[in-house]
Design a protein around this ligand. Structure first.
Ligand code: 3ON
Ligand code: FE
Length: 487
């Protein structure tokens, strides 16, 4: 492997640059951000919270995959044109134990094994709750989420970890709680009130999907459970005023190699390319029946949005991969071959009542991930999406651009930090009092290999012009998800 070549056709980045964004960040810091290019818009006030793997090796042993890395939270509080940065690890039981021991003590889901070969891993099916996927602020609680176990609650000011949060007894010991809640902006069924909706899956030969709805104060006001046939790896869902929509990817799960210590759970998944993907439409009304649609075999982590049409159809926009992106068991993530690795493209699925097969249409063929939108348009026929995208229109590559998609006109706007920059999940922040759907800002944490540090960029959502760039004093390894709160 050379240090400079990337996808053969499109050399938008150097591999050495890309890899440095995956160096562990072992320091926890607090400071005023004093290196600001441009100007923070005066009306933009609040806190950006980000979560993602902060440690990519432990005791000198590289993790097999970043999704196995301990959750590190970054917070950037913006007030009156100034910004304060803080980062802290979530003090999970596993993080504390491994830091003390100075070595890996737990198996990860995505290929990280305890040192010592299969004998050291055999029959260990325990999960390390690494709290690394998302961070949510709702009902005065700041929660770090990891889909296979309970949330951890943190102090929103200091980011100190309080411990596991079982949501006032809603969750039992070890219960899952997805890292992809959605916020219903309010509709008839919620009495116009905002609601946080989230799910949890317990999977096996059949799977149980639990759906929770929380009011503004964080109280659970509705919950239901549905049992569906087959194994289900559900990372995200889409929400409309009346439905929760899941894509059941065609995945086989053979746990034997995990049991025998040879592979971890996530490495026992295999895409079944001959089987269709099932689209599960769960009514938020627990008494109404579940409907299932199908579409050609694909794998979905993230949905952009969904909405109901006047003629009773449901439209879902999702980032689809041809199959579950999986590394070969002996190949560390640092050696990934982008050209042969599945890449995400944005598709629109229309589910017509009485038709078992979904209509499928490609919306965006450029490699993309991490879609977002104006919070007011969740569950509605949104006009604009903002999404991380590759710098080149074809081929697979890391995200180096931000793409704004106008679903009404088909217009695209692209802002890129290539060749030395890499981009994270965008967040859309509405301008207070704004009316237009794109009246606001797009915020994203980027990694700049030229400085080996990260920066928060603030773009005009209307034009994608950069308004401010807040340069941090250190790098934040490529992250997963986060949120913005006006507090
Ligand atoms: O054994 C079963 C299967 C399984 C995989 C059950 C299970 C619950 C133990 C399980 C666990 C799933 C987990 C823990 C999933 C965690 C996912 C995660 C941390 C992240 C997923 C990220 C997805 C994407 C698309 C990230 C993209 C990143 C970039 C484009 C660049 O940074
Ligand atoms: Fe996700």
């Amino acid at each position: 492997m050379t240090a400079t070549a990337s996808s053969a056709s499109t050399e938008t980045f150097s591999r050495a640059d890309w890899l440095r964004g995956y160096e562990s960040q072992t320091e926890e810091r607090d400071y005023w951000i004093d290196d600001i290019e441009g100007e923070i818009p005066a009306e933009l006030e609040g806190t950006v919270f980000r979560n993602g793997p902060g440690l990519l090796e432990i005791g000198g042993q590289s993790l097999h995959h970043p999704f196995d890395g301990d959750g590190m939270i970054s917070a950037i509080a913006i007030r009156q044109g100034r910004a304060y940065f803080r980062n802290r690890y979530v003090r999970t039981e596993g993080f504390l134990a491994e830091q003390k021991a100075g070595k890996i003590l737990y198996r990860g889901v995505f290929g990280t094994q305890k040192p010592g070969g299969w004998l050291a891993n055999i029959f260990d099916l325990g999960l390390k709750n690494i709290a690394n996927t998302n961070i949510l602020y709702w009902g005065d609680r700041l929660l770090a989420l990891w889909e296979a176990a309970e949330p951890h609650r943190l102090d929103p000011q200091t980011l100190e970890t309080f411990g596991l949060d079982r949501l006032d007894g809603l969750l039992a010991d070890g219960d899952p709680f997805s890292a992809h809640p959605r916020i219903d902006p309010g509709s008839e069924r919620t009495g116009g009130q905002r609601r946080l909706v989230n799910f949890a899956v317990k999977t096996g030969p059949s799977s149980r999907i639990r759906l929770y709805e929380f009011d503004e104060s964080g109280r659970c006001v509705e919950q239901q459970e549905r049992v569906i046939p087959g194994f289900a790896f559900l990372h995200d869902f889409a929400l409309t005023p009346n439905y929760a929509i899941f894509f059941q990817n065609p995945i086989r799960f053979n746990p034997l190699p995990a049991l025998l210590g040879q592979r971890t759970a996530g490495q026992c998944l295999a895409s079944d390319r001959n089987k269709s993907t099932q689209i599960l439409v769960i009514p938020r009304d627990p008494k109404a029946p579940l409907q299932t649609f199908e579409t050609e075999s694909c794998f979905v982590f993230h949905h952009a949005n969904a909405f109901e049409t006047a003629d009773g159809a449901i439209v879902v926009d999702s980032v689809c991969y041809d199959e579950f992106p999986m590394l070969e068991p002996d190949r560390n993530f640092k050696e990934v071959d982008f050209d042969s690795y599945p890449r995400g493209e944005l598709f629109r699925f229309t589910l017509h009542p009485g038709q078992p097969r979904a209509e499928r249409k490609l919306l965006e063929s450029r490699t993309c991930e991490f879609p977002t939108q104006h919070p007011r348009t969740v569950g509605q026929d949104a006009r604009y999406y903002y999404i991380g995208a590759a710098a080149a229109p074809t081929g697979n590559a890391p995200l180096q651009s931000l793409l704004k998609i106008d679903l009404e006109t088909g217009d695209r706007k692209l802002w890129t930090v290539a060749p030395r920059g890499f981009i994270g999940e965008p967040l859309f922040v509405p301008r207070p009092g704004g009316i237009a759907e794109d009246d606001g800002w797009v915020l994203s944490l980027i990694y700049d290999a030229a400085r080996h540090s990260s920066a928060l960029v603030i773009l005009s959502a209307q034009t994608l012009e950069p308004l401010a760039r807040l340069n941090l004093k250190q790098h934040i390894p490529y992250g997963l998800h986060g949120c913005f709160t006006p507090q």
